[in-house]
Design a binder for this molecule. Structure first.
Ligand code: AHM
Ligand code: MG
Length: 338
């Protein structure tokens, strides 16, 4: 990591963003402002989450989202908060959100950026006081500034992300993001209402003994995946699965490990969404020295065709992702069950 880009632990997020911007002579400050907008919305959502148990706003909202899943009230709240923050900021011309069927035109055609966001991921964990998160990807628009946003502005390949990150609402609230110059983690200090740099230049161990997977689905997995899971058990790896992607990913980022959500018989493309779950985490993991694939393709090289498309995900420590790929491509194994 370039020493010039180093900032001391304890640096406030705003200052950190400002310092980074100063290192790029032609930066206009719009991306910096956009990151601040996301951080602000994150603080508001964090407050709502912390009050959830008290003010009885958790539980199903009674309507289904675009994926056919039941929305939780906090999903809706988080969605509204982030969209409002991004709209008011003015840097963003279009948004796709897990909670919205269609591309959202923010009504700010001068906005240079588009955002793909999962406002509250791991929503099945809200009611049980388990960590949840927000995941976001930022792209520079392709169409001309000053014109309405188009679908092609958001349907960009992951390697075109200019920034990506997540908020983790856990035992502490954290913001972790990259703009392509390493991964930096900030911890929220609620009494001051500010994020402070706590994890500069995060790197993921190249290997470890943690695997994260919903093995309840194993009857539905391809045979090759089950062979890999047997390998993990032979190696006496620890299974750690929270069921909140951000939380599972964050733990593996710090400690090393692999997270896998394979294709299943029922869901041949897996469960997770490329545009606002897989791409952001793939960008972060690569910046941290790890790897992310769908089993055969680098996640960041997948050309999207639909806003809400899904893809299998194998992500984490490089050697562990290499190993699972080795299993997935072993010819001597029984043909895939899927
Ligand atoms: P969500 O966007 O509806 O919350 O679904 C995504 C979540 C991930 O956070 C998590 O890793 C995965 O779904 C868990 O799925 P499962 O319950 O099938 O194990
Ligand atoms: Mg999600």
């Amino acid at each position: 990591m370039n020493e010039q880009l180093a900032a001391p632990v304890g640096t406030a997020l705003d200052r950190f963003i400002h310092q980074k911007q100063e290192q790029f002579p032609f930066a206009t400050g719009e991306l910096s402002q956009l990151l601040r907008d996301i951080a602000l919305a994150g603080k508001i959502v964090n407050r709502e989450i912390n009050r959830a148990g008290l003010i009885n706003i958790t539980g199903s909202h009674g309507i289904q989202n675009v994926q056919g899943e039941e929305q939780q009230k906090l999903d809706v709240i988080a969605n509204v908060r982030f969209i409002r923050a991004l709209r008011n900021g003015g840097e963003v011309c279009g948004i796709i959100s897990e909670e919205e069927d269609e591309l959202i035109d923010t009504g700010k055609p001068e906005g240079k950026y588009v955002v793909a966001i999962d406002p509250l991921d791991g929503s099945s964990n809200i009611d049980v006081n388990v960590s949840i998160g927000t995941i976001f990807s930022i792209y520079r628009r392709l169409s001309e500034q000053g014109t309405p946003v188009q679908e092609r502005d958001v349907l960009q390949v992951g390697n075109k992300q200019v920034a990506a990150g997540y908020l983790l609402y856990g035992s502490s609230t954290m913001l972790v993001y990259t703009t392509g110059y390493g991964v930096h983690g900030f911890t929220y200090e609620p009494s001051l209402g500010e994020f402070f740099l706590s994890h500069p230049n995060m790197t993921i161990p190249t290997s470890s003994n943690i695997y994260s997977c919903n093995e309840g689905n194993s009857r539905e997995f391809p045979a090759e995946v089950n062979a890999y899971l047997d390998y993990c058990k032979d190696k006496k790896y620890s299974a750690r699965y929270i069921g909140s992607l951000v939380a599972d990913f964050h733990r593996n980022l710090l400690k090393g490990g692999i997270y896998l959500y394979p294709s299943t018989k029922k869901a041949p493309q897996g469960k997770l969404r490329l545009m606002y779950e897989c791409n952001a985490l793939a960008y972060i993991v690569e910046q941290a020295g790890g790897k992310a694939t769908d089993g055969s393709r680098r996640i960041l090289d997948i050309e999207p065709t639909e806003l809400h498309e899904r893809c299998p995900l194998y992500i984490g420590s490089e050697e562990m992702v290499d190993k699972v790929e080795e299993f997935l491509h072993k010819e001597q194994l029984e043909p895939s069950l899927v």
